[in-house]
Design a protein around this ligand. Structure first.
Ligand SMILES: Cc1cc2nc3c(=O)[nH]c(=O)nc-3n(C[C@H](O)[C@H](O)[C@H](O)COP(=O)(O)O)c2cc1C
Length: 114
């Protein structure tokens, strides 16, 4: 876990914010920041052998950040509505961008501490 925490602590210096939702062995992560910094971090995540089956669900230019105050909000998956069976059947890969955004929006509203 130590390298991950170190990585997250590096997020502010690269202008990166976001949220990480964990459930069972699946992580759903939203990263926001300058495109080049995000690109480098994503390469690091792809190269990190603690991840398997990393999938880019969406990449988009946005006007406003969803998590401007969070180096990385951590949510132990209170905020998604898929059952384990649905996840196994591919619910996350099949979700629309809007559904995914709603999951993160929900994570933001449930968060009470930084
Ligand atoms: C679930 C998960 C989420 C991660 N999120 C971040 C992150 O937000 N920022 C970060 O710098 N590293 C994060 N990491 C660590 C990266 O995979 C990688 O180890 C780190 O960026 C170090 O990259 P480097 O070798 O280029 O320094 C995460 C790792 C895991 C397992």
């Amino acid at each position: 876990m130590a390298p991950f925490i170190a990585g997250v602590l590096n997020n502010p210096q690269h202008g990166i914010t976001g949220a990480l939702i964990c459930r069972q062995d699946i992580y759903l992560q939203l990263l926001e920041g300058p495109a080049d910094a995000i690109g480098k971090l994503y390469e690091g995540i792809l190269a990190d052998n603690r991840h398997m089956d990393v999938t880019l669900l969406n990449r988009a230019e946005v006007d406003d950040r969803m998590f401007p105050d969070w180096a990385m909000l951590h949510d132990p998956a209170h905020s998604w509505h898929w059952s384990p069976d649905e996840v196994n059947a591919g619910a996350i890969g099949n979700a629309s961008v809007q559904e995914l955004q709603n999951v993160f929006r929900q994570a933001g509203t449930g968060a009470t501490t930084k």
